[in-house]
Design a protein around this ligand. Structure first.
Ligand code: AMP
Length: 462
C-alpha cells in the first residue's frame, strides 16, 4: 500500500502536495517524496520517515513549480531504503519523467530480466522502475501514447501519477485494484488515492479514474483515454476493512458508513453471544464497535487509550519494530475493564500478534472474558496486489483452525465476519465488485510465477 497525490497548474503546488500527502500519511510511513515541474525542470525532494519530518519549510521552498506529484510509501515489493522512495525520476529520450505508484506488479521480475538483458540498468529494487524502462524502450509519439503502449504489458495492481514537463498523467490498472480519484480546485486538477486528500487540500472530488483509464492533464485541460479494455472491476476490499480513512468515499460510500454497517452485521451474526460491553481496537475498530453496539444494544466502551504519536504498528516493515511499537500504542483503561466480559472488535487478524498482545493486556488489567470479533473473514491467502500479507507461512489462518487461533491469541471466543456480510456493507448493490482473494485464495490475474515464490500451487493464479 502507498498513497499518491498530484496537482496541476497551481502556484502553491508543492504546499498542496504536502497537504495531500499529510492527509494520506496513514497509507505509508516509511518514506515520502514530492516532485515538481518548475517550468520544464523536474525538482525533487525525498526522504525516509513522515511527511512532516521530511518537508521542512526550506525543503518545500526549493520545490518550485506549478505542478507536483507526491508519494507516501509502505513497502511491499522492494526493501525499506531511500533508493526505493518515490516518486522515481528518470531521464529518458522523452526528457525527465517522474512516477509515483501505488500497487504491486505481479510480472515485474520477468519484465525486469528481459529489460536487463536488453541493457537497462536499474537504480532501485522496487517494481515501479520497470514501467520507466519499458517506456524508454517502446516509444510512442507522445508521453501518453508511450504509456498507452506500455501499461498493458504490466500485470497486477497499479495506480500511477506521472509528471513530465508540462504534463501530468494518471492511470489505473484494468482491474481497478488500487484507488485513484480525480479532483478539481479552481483551474487545477488533482489526483489522489483517497477523496479525503482532495477535500482536505480544498478541492472537490470529480470522479474515480475508471479501471484501464488514463487521464492526461496538459495546458489546463484534462483528456481521457482507455489504454486497455476494463477487465472485471475488482477493487481491493481492504480499503474499507483497514486502509482508507473513514472520511474517504470508496465504492460510493463513506468508509465510516461501511464500517458502521459491518459492525451491525457482525452483531447480527453474533446474536446470542453474552457480554457486558463492546469495544474496538483503536482506531479502526472503534467504528465497528459503535455499529455493533447500536445493533445489539450492548453498551459501547473505550477500553484502550491510544497514544497517537507512535504511528500505525503494523506499518513498520520489520517484525521487531512492529512488536515494540504495539506496546507503546495501546494502554488499557482498568476501571472499564475489571471483571467485565468484553466483545473486542478489530478489523482483521493477519499474523495474530496484535490480538494476542491485546488480549493479554486486557486480561492483565482484570477482564473476565475476552470475546474477540474480527470485522472481516479469515485471511487464508497472500495478497499479490499490494497489501502486506505476503506469505502463507505468516498468515495464521492459513496454518491454524479457528479454535487453534483462539487459543493462540488467548481469547475466550473468536468470531469472524462472513464474506457475504462484508461485501454487502462495502458498496451499493451496483458497486460490489471487490477483490477478495485474500479471503478466498482465488485470484483475478495470473500470479503463477509469484505464487510459486510464495509456495502456492502453480495454478493458483489462473
Ligand atoms: P496481526 O497482528 O498480524 O494479526 O495484524 C492485524 C492488525 O494489523 C490489525 O489490528 C489491523 O488493524 C492491522 N492490519 C491488518 N492488515 C494490515 C495491513 N495489510 N497493513 C497494515 N496493518 C494491517
Amino acid at each position: 500500500m502507498c498513497g499518491i497525490f498530484a496537482i496541476s497548474d497551481n502556484k502553491d503546488a508543492s504546499r498542496l502536495a504536502y497537504v495531500g500527502l499529510f492527509t494520506l500519511q496513514h497509507r505509508g510511513q516509511e518514506s515520502a517524496g514530492i516532485v515538481t515541474d518548475d517550468n520544464g525542470l523536474l525538482r525533487h525532494s525525498l526522504g525516509m520517515g513522515l511527511v512532516s519530518e521530511i518537508f521542512t519549510k526550506d525543503a518545500l521552498e526549493t520545490l518550485k513549480g506549478r505542478s507536483a506529484i507526491g508519494h507516501v510509501r509502505y513497502s511491499t515489493t522492494g526493501s525499506s531504503h531511500i533508493k526505493n522512495a518515490q516518486p522515481l525520476v528518470l531521464d529518458s529520450y522523452l526528457g525527465q519523467v517522474a512516477v509515483a505508484h501505488n500497487g504491486n506488479l505481479t510480472n515485474s521480475d520477468g519484465l525486469k530480466e528481459q529489460l536487463q538483458k536488453g541493457g537497462a540498468i536499474f537504480q532501485s529494487t522496487s517494481d515501479t522502475e520497470v514501467i520507466l524502462h519499458l517506456m524508454a524502450k517502446h516509444r510512442g509519439s507522445s508521453l501518453s501514447d508511450t504509456l498507452a503502449k506500455n501499461l498493458p504489458k504490466l500485470e497486477g495492481s497499479y495506480a500511477f501519477a506521472f509528471l513530465a514537463p508540462g504534463k501530468l498523467i494518471g492511470a489505473r490498472d484494468p482491474h481497478g485494484f488500487r484507488p485513484l480519484v480525480l479532483g478539481k480546485l479552481g483551474k487545477s486538477f488533482m489526483l489522489a488515492s483517497e477523496t479525503c486528500a482532495i477535500e482536505v487540500a480544498g478541492g472537490k472530488v470529480v470522479r474515480e479514474i475508471a479501471p484501464g483509464e488514463m487521464v492526461t492533464i496538459e495546458g489546463g485541460k484534462a483528456s481521457f483515454r482507455r489504454f486497455a479494455p476494463a477487465k472485471d472491476f475488482t477493487r481491493c476490499i481492504f480499503e474499507q476493512v483497514y486502509f482508507a480513512r473513514p472520511d474517504s468515499v470508496v465504492a460510493g460510500r463513506t468508509v465510516q458508513t461501511s464500517r458502521y454497517e459491518i459492525g451491525a452485521l457482525l452483531a447480527r451474526e453474533m446474536q446470542g453471544v453474552k457480554a457486558d460491553i463492546v469495544s474496538g481496537v483503536p482506531d479502526s475498530g472503534t467504528v465497528y464497535a459503535l455499529g455493533f453496539s447500536d445493533e445489539s444494544g450492548l453498551p459501547f466502551q473505550t477500553v484502550f487509550m491510544r497514544n497517537h504519536y507512535t504511528g500505525r504498528s503494523f506499518i513498520q516493515p520489520d517484525q521487531r519494530l512492529r512488536e515494540f511499537t504495539a506496546h507503546l500504542k495501546l494502554a488499557p483503561i482498568r476501571d472499564v475493564i475489571q471483571g467485565k466480559t468484553i466483545i473486542l472488535i478489530d478489523d482483521s487478524l493477519v499474523r495474530g500478534t496484535t490480538s494476542r498482545k491485546i488480549v493479554k493486556s486486557l486480561k492483565k488489567a482484570g477482564a473476565r472474558k475476552i470475546i474477540m470479533a474480527i470485522a472481516s473473514p479469515a485471511i487464508i491467502s497472500p495478497c499479490f496486489y499490494g497489501i502486506d500479507t505476503p506469505s502463507k507461512k505468516e498468515l495464521i489462518a492459513c496454518n491454524l483452525t479457528v479454535e487453534k487461533i483462539r487459543r493462540f491469541i488467548g481469547a475466550d471466543e473468536l468470531h469472524y465476519l462472513s464474506l457475504e456480510s462484508l461485501v454487502s456493507a462495502c458498496g451499493d448493490k451496483k458497486d460490489r465488485n471487490f477483490c477478495v482473494s485474500c479471503f478466498t485464495g482465488k485470484y483475478n490475474t495470473r500470479v503463477d510465477a509469484v505464487a510459486k515464490a510464495y509456495g502456492l500451487p502453480a495454478k493458483a493464479g489462473l
